[in-house]
Design a protein around this ligand. Structure first.
Ligand SMILES: Nc1ncnc2c1ncn2[C@@H]1O[C@H](COP(=O)(O)OP(=O)(O)OP(=O)(O)O)[C@@H](O)[C@H]1O
Length: 482
């Protein structure tokens, strides 16, 4: 059966093009087709006015962090089982062998370079693979191994002898669905009799089609059409239903309702339902509980965000030029590994980038003006150390890891509505430095008025002192090295 994995992974996904090409040629086993029913695309935020605060959609952020992730995010945070299904076998596994997987699936897991389950996988996998099947709501930060966990469960549940869809996975966008299908293809590389079909825009199937693939991964609108409207497959025969990125799903218009309609057509007694989300606010929880009956809920507790190893300072600046001089003085006086400078608007970010470049600094600019593909390129170059300074906006405030950053400068202090300090964003921004217990430095460039209001709110919020730094005093700046 033909694989057009390459076609669906075009554009920004072509990072793995050659590998996928080989994989696709070698294994004539996965049919991934696309379809054309209207579907939520990742919103284009590039038309925002330059002076407006730079924002990024949840879907875009999720995608960016997913494709920029090169390895597992390991965490010391504890697993918390919030609501325990009495039938749930809540032991954790320390090895993939202990899961009694089909040998070819286990081989695929090892082929991906996974030696042992991640923290969330240790607890989630015994539940996902339990007999009788258990419903699960799982939350864990980006990059901790959720996708790998549910893809493993999806591949392990299907019966390849039955030629009809048995597993359905809903993703909020085309791009995120493609990512999941890629993981399924890679992990199932040795399960040659297992077939996956991508149900997303651009592919029209003839009326009367009866799908034979075992696993369908798609977006809600398309899946709804294929199942309830055109009857290309039968939802009552689905034995595993996965809802990925529930928080992004909710933020994507129309998906909630479509997901409910799909959910209602499943036969509850025969179908294991699993829901994954990186965040867990009330809306996600409500959605989750409406979709998943009698779930076991597992959460990976957020690692205590510690500010202990980050020294925080502020510099008084009354204009953008003052701020520029402060940065120049800091650069002159301390040994900077890599730095990130956060601006509130694209306009300021572009201005600063131009000025620093003219002065001979190797700087990169990453704002919402760039396409996802170009953001990836900028991030990759920064990670490789080709530029030492990355000037950015809130687009990069959270979720994206660059480990080697030693200094974060808030060119503009983050404010939320009505000019109040945005403490959460502040924490996320300065958390880009001091990763994994390393020492970090955070410098806030503020006016006297901001020092007395916004900065004070931040200090009060975290119960920390942010000390004044005079960047015109060379000795004082030099002390930052120690
Ligand atoms: N047990 C494991 N051992 C080693 N690497 C792993 C393991 N599980 C997953 N990974 C790798 O870690 C990275 C993150 O995993 P995964 O995509 O499953 O996380 P996630 O929580 O779904 O993240 P996101 O929310 O960004 O999609 C991937 O590169 C994946 O291949």
């Amino acid at each position: 059966m033909a694989v057009n994995l390459l076609k669906v992974t075009g554009g920004w996904c072509e990072k793995d093009k050659d590998k996928d090409d080989e994989l696709a040629k070698e294994l004539d086993k996965v049919s991934i087709l696309k379809d054309d029913v209207e579907e939520q695309k990742i919103p284009d935020t590039s038309n925002n006015s330059e002076d407006k605060e730079d924002t990024i959609s949840k879907a875009e952020l999720s995608l960016l962090s997913k494709i920029s992730r090169t390895r597992l995010v390991t965490t010391k945070a504890d697993i918390e089982v919030q609501q325990k299904n009495p039938y749930s076998p809540l032991h954790s596994v320390k090895s993939f062998e202990a899961l009694n997987l089909k040998p070819n699936l286990l081989k695929g897991v090892y082929e991906m370079g996974f030696n042992a389950p991640s923290k969330i996988q240790e607890t989630a996998l015994p539940i996902l693979l339990a007999d009788p099947p258990q419903n699960l709501i799982a939350q864990s930060q980006s990059g901790t191994g959720k996708t790998a966990a549910f893809v493993l469960a999806m591949l392990s549940r299907i019966n390849p002898q039955l030629n009809h869809p048995q597993v359905l996975c809903l993703s909020p966008t085309y791009e995120l669905a493609v990512q999941t299908a890629e993981v399924a293809t890679k992990m199932g590389v040795f399960c040659v009799d297992t077939h996956v079909r991508l149900a997303v825009r651009d592919e029209v199937l003839p009326r009367g089609t009866k799908l034979k693939e075992h696993i369908i991964i798609g977006t809600p609108g398309k899946v709804l059409d294929w199942s309830l409207k055109y009857k290309f497959f039968d939802l009552s025969k689905i034995i595993v239903f996965v809802l990925d990125e529930a928080d992004v799903m909710i933020a994507t218009q129309g998906h909630q309702d479509q997901s409910f309609r799909i959910r209602r057509a499943l036969v509850e007694e025969n179908c294991q339902i699993m829901l994954f989300s990186a965040t867990y606010d009330d809306e996600v929880m409500e959605f989750a509980q409406a979709i998943v009956p009698n779930p076991t809920i597992i959460r990976l507790k957020r690692e205590e965000e510690s500010l202990d190893n980050i020294k925080q300072h502020y510099v008084l600046c009354e204009s953008e030029d003052d701020k520029y001089n402060a940065i120049a003085n800091i650069y002159g006086g301390i040994t900077v590994g890599q730095a990130m400078i956060f601006c509130q608007t694209r306009r300021t970010a572009a201005w600063l980038c131009e000025k620093m470049s003219k002065d001979g600094h190797a700087v990169a600019l990453l704002s919402g003006d760039l396409s996802v593909e170009n953001r990836m390129k900028v991030l990759d170059r920064f990670r490789e150390g080709k530029e030492k300074v990355l000037i950015t906006t809130n687009v990069l405030a959270r979720g994206i890891d660059v480990e080697q950053v030693t200094i974060v400068v808030n060119f503009d202090i983050p404010v939320a509505d009505k000019g109040r300090a945005d403490c959460e964003t502040y924490l996320h921004r300065i958390g880009r430095t001091g990763r994994f217990g390393k020492r970090g430095l955070a410098i806030n460039l503020v006016s006297k008025k901001e020092a007395d209001s916004t900065l004070k709110q931040i200090q009060d919020h975290f119960g920390r002192t942010i000390s004044l730094l005079d960047t015109d005093d060379y000795d004082e700046v030099e002390k930052l090295n120690s």
